[in-house]
Structure formats: C-alpha cells, structure tokens
Design a protein around this ligand. Structure first.
Ligand code: ARG
Length: 559
C-alpha cells in the first residue's frame, strides 16, 4: 500500500512506469533512513545527470504531501506521515483477501515435482523437489493460478531389466516383505558388483528389459509389483509431509507417445547418427547432442521428457511447465527444451527448469548405486523424536503432544530446506533447524501459537478501528509495514519460483512481532489502543498461518 502510493505519485512525475518504480523501491537498511527508498541510478542514466542531482529534483517534486522526501546521495528516502496512513493501511490488511491476487487467472501451471524412482529410496533430492514444488503449488494457487502437481515417477528404463535379474537370482521374500525398497536397493547394488566379473548378467538384463517392453507376462507382473511396493512407501512419506498430487504419471505413461516424437524428429530432418545412436545435434547451441534412441533402438530419459512436455502442453493444456529437479540435471533440461524449439514448438519458452542444490544431512550425500544413502524416513523420525524431547522439557503439560511433535519436527526439516535460496547447497543440521530461537520453522510456528494465545486471552475480536495513535509508535509502525510487505513477498515467490522469499519474509515478520510483543502491552486498558494491537496480532497470525501452510508446515495453535 505504501509502496503503491509512492509509485503512483512518482509515475506521474517521472519518466518511469508505476511497475518499474515499484520494482526499484527498497526498504532502507534501518528505519532511521525512512520507510522506503528510491534509488535514482537508472533514472540518472536515462537523463544523463549525476545521481545526487536527480535525487534532489525528485525530492523537491514531492513537497507538500503526506510523505516527506529526503535526498541522500543517489537515493530519495521517504518518511510517511504515520497518523495519515496508519488506519487506512491497517484496514487494508484486515481485509480477508489481503495478499491474494488473481494475477494467474485463467493460467494453468503444471509442476513436475518429487518424481522419485521405483525400487529406489526416496532421496533427499526428492524431498527437496517435493517441498519446493509443494510450496510453489500453494503460492501459485494463492495468486489465482490453476496449479497442477504431477509426479513423474521413474518407472521405466533399462534398469528394470537389471532389477528383474537381481530379484530372480538373489531375491529373498522375507527380507523384501520387511523392507521392500531397501531390499531392492541391495539387490541392485549386488547386480552391479557381480556384473563386474560376470558380464553375462548385463546381457540377461537387456533381454529382460526387452521382454518387459514386449509385454511379457512375468516381466510385466514383476515390474508392477516393484511399482506397487514402492508407491506404498512413497505415499507414506507424502502423508507425513501432507503433500498430494493431481497426477501420478510416470515415465512409462509415455511409452506409446514416443514413436510420434521420433517420427517427427526424423521427418523434420533433425535426427542424425552418432556412434550407432540417433541424436539431435545441438552444436549450434554449444551443447552436446541430445540422444534420442540408443544404438539398440531403445528410447531414453530425454526421449520420454520430450513426449512429456508435448503432452503437458497439448493435452493437459499447461500454460507454464515447471520442472522442480536438482541442478545436476540442468544440461538435460536445456537440451530437451532446445530440441522442442528445433521441432518448432514455440511454447518451449514456457518450459522452466527450477533447479536446486544438493542437500547433505550431517555431511552425507546420496549415491544409490553404491548403497550409501540416508533413508529419509529415518531423518523424519529423528526430527520428530527430538521435537518431542524439547516439548517434554519446555511444556510437559501441553495437550496433544504427539501431534505437535510431528508438526514441529517435520516443520523444522521443511523450513530448514525452504529458507535457503534453492540453488544453494544446504548442509542440514537438525540441531539448528529445531532451535526455537533461531531462524527456523519452529520459531515461526511458535510465534504463530503466541498470536493465538494473545487473542484467546483477550477474548475479543478487534473491529471498527478509527483511531490509530498507538500505531504511530515505532515498533507498531514497523510491524504494520512488515505486514504490508506480504503481497510483495508472495508475488516475488512466484515470479522467481523461490519459496525462500516467503520463508525469509516470515522470519522477519515473526521477529518484528516478537519485538512488538515484548515492548508493548497488548492488552492495554485503553480500548482503542487494545483494539489496534489485537488487530495487528490477528493479522500477523493470519499471515503466519497462511504462509506456513503455503510452505507446507502445520500450524498448531499451542506449542
Ligand atoms: N526421476 C528423476 C530422478 O530421480 C527425476 C524426474 C524429474 N522429472 C522429469 N520430467 N525429468 O532423477
């Protein structure tokens, strides 16, 4: 609101549009420098004048209104007349749809997320994809998009030939029944170990994959079984994370859709032979060629992704196709999108890879081939167990302790991931993520619970605010400004496909609210003042709850 007020006025006076101005406005590093700052450097470039002169001119144009403008170097700093703006701003923030917009109305965004591999453990990378994808899903929805979550399961490929051979040779039903994914992984590892000395195994595996492709009954039913058992495990995880999908459409879903892609590539003269394989050359884009058919004629991951993108655009009618997949697959997606472009699919530009960095748990990373993995469920269990211990120590009489421990433990992991710029590598420390006084999920969850207990104690709903004197005091004014930043945080989250924007915003909001809580007596004797403070508390609580839910955290009202 403050921002749009300033950008409207400046747009009338300067040669920049309201949107341009709004994206340039900054929040000064400390409140003494003003409520908002406008850097004039880009304007100075256009007008070919020294920044400090331009800043002075702009400040002079603003005299007389309810905003004081002060030129400082290359910035114009704005100080709002608090009593003029406070009540209006509070009223705006109290509207139930505050922060929601219909920017995305009529637009469908398809989010490829999670996408673990059958008969392999659900890895930390899949966890990151699940949580980032889930957060983006909710953020897009909050802005009016029609968002669709797709789980692109890795349920096809030559590795299933190996899996079948290993199972048939060494499979132990008792072990499999106890822990199917772990046993399949062990079998897969054993396959690679034994194949080193016994190359026939590879031959055998190829033959079984061929059988699977040709619809052989035994091969199909083993494959089905791997899928069912894996899905059962994955779904247990999704339930704990409270994540749903609109579609489970794995790679095998595209088996009957790839011929058309290969045919089209051939007709358009894009296929060429290279070392026996059929590839699309990407020399003109400084990329290695995209392999479409291996020398034995079988399709690969990239072929399936071509068919997938075309399906999502043509059949699912996606206007925007996001792929939330680790940064190690960046080249793969660049190649796939480039091939789509060469095929004449103009919409290739709406395909966006949303990469993220590696996450390590206490220094360990993942490698399924060698069997050195961290099993995610163990990580979740440990987080919940530690949350339980903390709650037991801090608040032993809390009702519903189990549920709260689950919400806090899992919330710690999700937030510990999402608060980082997604492209950064994360060295995850459970200790840190669970610190109730740190920059953590539990800290934000706890702050939300605090707002609820204040409101419960007050026992009244703040309405009809007419007097904003108490809002002009520093800490209340700071809180109000932070609240007003919510719509922008949500918009930037979507614009950049970056949940950390929202997570960091929440940390700031929680910090300012806690300062307000400690410095001000919220349940003041004075009625108008109490109403205002309860209103701030209520809005803060609502934003914390809505945003935590967007990020995928639960919000117990007592902790
Ligand atoms: N299953 C793949 C993996 O675990 C991720 C799939 C991502 N989605 C896609 N359309 N390629 O590496």
């Amino acid at each position: 609101m403050l921002e749009s007020y300033i950008s409207s006025i400046l747009a009338e006076k300067l040669s920049l549009s309201k949107e341009e101005i709004s994206s340039l406005l900054e929040i000064p590093p400390n409140p003494g420098l003003g409520d908002l700052a406008f850097p004039v450097f880009s304007l100075a470039k256009i007008e070919r004048k020294a920044p400090h002169l331009i800043a002075k001119e702009v400040a002079e144009k603003m005299t007389g209104g309810p905003v004081r403008a002060v030129a400082t170097g290359g910035y114009v700093n704005f100080f709002f007349d608090r009593s003029f703006f406070a009540v209006k701003a509070l009223e705006e923030a109290m509207k139930p749809d505050f922060g929601k917009e219909d920017l995305g109305k009529g637009k469908r965004v398809i989010i490829d997320m999670s996408s673990p591999n059958i008969a392999k453990p659900f890895g930390i990378g899949h966890l990151r994809s699940t949580m980032i994808g889930n957060a983006l899903y909710h953020a897009y929805k909050a802005l009016g998009y029609d968002a669709v979550r797709v789980n692109h399961l890795g349920d096809w490929g030559t590795q299933f030939g190996k899996q079948i051979v290993a199972y048939k040779r060494w499979g132990d039903e008792v072990k499999i029944a106890q822990n199917p994914i772990k046993s399949y992984l062990e079998l897969y590892v054993r396959f690679h170990e034994e194949a080193e000395n016994n190359p026939e195994l590879e031959e055998e595996a190829r033959a079984w994959f061929k059988k699977l492709e040709d619809g052989d009954e035994e091969a199909r039913s083993l494959w089905q079984r791997f899928i069912q058992e894996s899905l059962k495990e994955f779904k247990r995880m999704y339930e704990r994370l409270h994540v749903d999908f609109d579609y489970y459409m794995g790679e095998s879903f595209y088996n009957d859709k790839m011929d058309a892609v290969v045919r089209e590539l051939r007709e358009k003269g894009l296929l060429e032979e290279s070392e026996g394989a059929q590839v699309v050359s990407l020399d003109d884009r400084d990329m290695p060629p995209c392999i479409i058919l291996k020398s034995d004629g079988s399709t690969i991951y990239a072929t399936r992704d071509l068919a997938t993108a075309i399906y999502r655009h043509d059949v699912l009618k996606g206007d925007l196709l996001l792929y939330v997949v680790g940064a190690e697959q960046s080249l793969h997606f660049k190649q796939v999108f480039a091939v789509l472009e060469k095929m004449g699919r103009e919409w290739a530009k709406v395909c966006i890879h949303v990469p993220f960095g590696l996450m390590r748990f206490a220094g360990k990373k993942m490698s399924t081939r060698k069997g050195r993995v961290v099993f995610l469920e163990e990580v979740l269990d440990e987080a919940v167990e530690r949350a339980r211990e903390i709650i037991e120590e801090k608040n032993p009489s809390l009702p519903d302790k189990e549920r709260v421990a689950e919400a806090v433990g899992i919330g710690a992991i999700i937030f510990g991931d999402l608060k980082n710029n997604r492209i950064h590598e994360v060295d995850f420390s459970l200790e840190e993520a669970l610190n109730f006084d740190g920059e953590t999920g539990p800290y934000v969850q706890y702050t939300y619970a605090r707002t609820q207990s204040v409101l419960e104690k007050a026992g009244e709903v703040p309405t009809g605010i007419t007097e904003g004197k108490s809002l002009t005091r520093d800490v209340a004014w700071e809180l109000l400004k932070e609240i007003l930043g919510f719509p922008k945080a949500l918009k930037l989250t979507v614009e950049r496909n970056e949940p950390s924007v929202l997570a960091r915003y929440l940390l700031n909001l929680a910090k300012v609210y806690n300062r307000f809580y400690h410095q001000e007596r919220i349940l003041s004797e004075e009625e108008e003042e109490r109403k205002v403070k309860l209103a701030l508390t209520q809005i803060t609580g609502r934003i914390l709850k809505e945003s935590l839910e967007i990020l995928g955290l639960q919000t117990p009202s007592k902790i």
